[in-house]
Design a binder for this molecule. Structure first.
Ligand SMILES: Cc1cc2ncn([C@H]3O[C@H](COP(=O)(O)O)[C@@H](O)[C@H]3O)c2cc1C
Ligand SMILES: O=C(O)c1cccnc1
Length: 370
């Protein structure tokens, strides 16, 4: 089975092609024609042009947007690396359907549909193979059943997942990106919910970048100083014992990752496969983006960085991706909150792009820089 899944992923990745540079260039040309100082809306201009390149058209439209929140549990929480337990993952995931979590409230303000996905929560429920895929459209505000397993194994005791499970979770992300594109969505925002997923993210980041664990690790959703030291030690020991292969991103994901990270990696790859822009959220989401870039370098051209997480490695991961964030608000919440916040800023950029007067409209000569 693992071989079949790996072959399917390879086949999908082979279909990735570069963005449409002409559409991006035409879009920047329109920006340059607007009656304002050249390039003065900075990343708003660049990201609208980037989206044009991805959509293949300078008539950029972001009317339909979706936030996909990958929800999963992490066996490593047995080691006391979090303040709360996996019951909180379940409560917040359920509340994503009801509309009462932070991100769902923000998403409503940003006119964004929310698709929570159970990709590996510890709750009871059928596993992925046992559930027939929904016919027709995916429904927002409904917890999508895509459970790969009831939480990962504790990576302090052995690999978090099997390669087959990792591939399944990545393919779930790709499948969802493809279906939402087919449903007419113009952009995807990534989000997650999974107690313990800053531990897995720090472990993946340390392994992928060969960086010291203490520089990659923060307090997540809230830990004492003592708890943080324990978290660092658990990650250090796991990396020493499991020795994930730096040259094999899938091996890192298998040994110290999580199903939520794998699912988001799939969303980023799906963005490149189905040509739809995908917003990176905070630390956890950016680690998934980095895995995606390592699996398929072109996928980076389909990603947009929203904000810098307050977690210590937030900026470093974005630097590694070579992407600049639109916002710096000291947020460290996850769920997709930063990605949705950035959508509102992108909207403003897009309104200017479509509505603002050009130098021609005003019968004014376009000035040239002196
Ligand atoms: C009530 C609550 C709501 C959340 N919403 C997002 N997270 C965030 O915190 C978790 C990661 O932090 P750690 O690794 O320390 O567990 C993730 O679920 C992330 O989305 C939350 C955490 C809590 C407690
Ligand atoms: O930046 C994030 O994604 C983050 C940081 C801390 C807790 N949850 C999420």
């Amino acid at each position: 089975m693992e071989g079949k899944l790996a072959a399917r992923l390879d086949e999908l990745l082979r279909s990735v092609s570069p963005v449409d540079e002409d559409a991006a260039r035409d879009t920047q040309k329109r920006w340059d024609s607007l009656a304002k100082p050249l390039k003065s809306l900075g990343l708003l201009e660049k990201n609208v042009a980037k989206i044009a390149g991805i959509h293949g058209s300078s008539r950029v439209d972001l009317k339909k947007r979706a936030l996909v929140a990958m929800c999963a549990d992490n066996g490593v929480i047995e080691e006391g690396v979090t303040q709360t337990g996996s019951e909180v993952t379940a409560i917040v995931a359920e509340n994503m359907a009801v509309g009462s979590t932070t991100v769902t409230v923000m998403a409503e303000a940003a006119r964004t549909d929310v698709f929570p996905v159970d990709i590996g929560m510890a709750t009871e429920g059928c596993l992925l193979e046992g559930v027939p895929k929904e016919e027709g459209e995916l429904l927002s505000r409904t917890l999508l059943p895509r459970k790969v397993r009831r939480g990962t194994r504790n990576f302090a005791k052995g690999p978090a997942m099997t390669r087959e499970e990792a591939l399944r979770a990545v393919l779930v992300g790709i499948e969802i990106a493809g279906r939402l594109k087919a449903q007419g969505y113009d952009i995807l925002a990534t989000g997650e919910m999974g107690i313990g997923n800053t531990t897995t993210s720090s472990a993946v980041a340390a392994a992928l970048l060969s960086q010291p664990v203490e520089q990659m690790t923060g307090k997540g959703a809230g830990l004492s100083d003592e708890g943080l030291q324990r978290k660092i030690k658990v990650i250090q020991e796991a990396l020493e014992n499991l020795k994930p292969d730096r040259e094999d991103p899938m091996d890192i994901l298998v040994k110290v990752g999580g199903y939520d990270i794998a699912g988001m990696t799939g969303l980023f790859l799906g963005g490149a496969i189905y040509r739809i822009p995908v917003l990176i959220d905070g630390f956890i989401s950016s680690v998934a983006a980095l895995l995606a870039m390592n699996l398929e370098p072109l996928s980076r051209d389909y990603m947009i960085a929203s904000h810098v997480s307050k977690e210590p490695a937030g900026q470093l991961i974005l630097d590694e991706l070579g992407l600049k964030p639109m916002l710096c608000c000291e947020m460290c919440l996850g769920e997709g909150t930063g990605a949705v916040a950035a959508l509102s800023v992108l909207d403003m950029g897009l309104t200017v792009y479509h509505r603002m007067a050009t130098f021609d409209d005003m019968n004014v000569e376009q000035y040239q820089p002196l």
